[in-house]
Design a binder for this molecule. Sequence first.
Ligand code: SAM
Length: 218
Amino acid sequence: MFARDAERSQASLDDAASPAAQVLDIGCGAGQEMLPFVKAGAWGVGTDIAPDVGALGYELYSRVGLGKRVCFVRSTAEHLPFASGRFAAVISRLALPYTDNAQAIAEMARVMSPHGVLLLKIHHAGFYLNKAWYGIRSGKLLNTVHAARVLTSGVLYHLTGTQVRNRIVTNETFQTEWLLKRELARHSLVIRRHMPDTNWMTPSYVIARSDAIPGGDC
Ligand SMILES: C[S@@+](CC[C@H](N)C(=O)[O-])C[C@H]1O[C@@H](n2cnc3c(N)ncnc32)[C@H](O)[C@@H]1O
């Protein structure tokens, strides 16, 4: 769907402010979010923890004649196998909830170039509240149980600053803008603005270094 959504593709490019030579998508799925950048001339790298990372991605890019401009690497968001400052655009959409957030954000900050942007989409608490309510309404109570566990985990993370994983809670967590600002500040990153597809359940942000001059990268 994103590959055909010209308006949102253009918005992603506009958010990067300047053409990115290399773009990284963390927790990439099919890697479709890199497509506008790769079409504009960037080299794309997609990473995902999934064993079949790249299976769909190579197919998608080959179909539009760009298979040689991307590569897909299996890795966790918490330990990226790339040199520091490598990517002018780093994308991560809806993967952060499943990671060790502090470690994943540290890695995103590390691989971003000095004037790079991070295009980040998160799961707000509202996403899981909606899921819990859906479970009750539809009688699919496993949804409610899962959402309750993530909400518990997220509240603990917000209060203590540490993500816990045990038999009751889970490492999956929601984020809020307040939490994000706390984690980003550790790496001198700030939220510049929302992306056009932002919404209350899954907000999206354009993030940059606090000392970066917008449009200063190439
Ligand atoms: C909801 S999907 C989003 C996929 C893609 N970003 C998109 O927008 O279509 C979450 C992705 O994060 C990946 N993921 C989960 N935990 C991860 C981790 N620790 N490191 C890297 N990727 C992870 C999953 O395999 C999955 O592909």
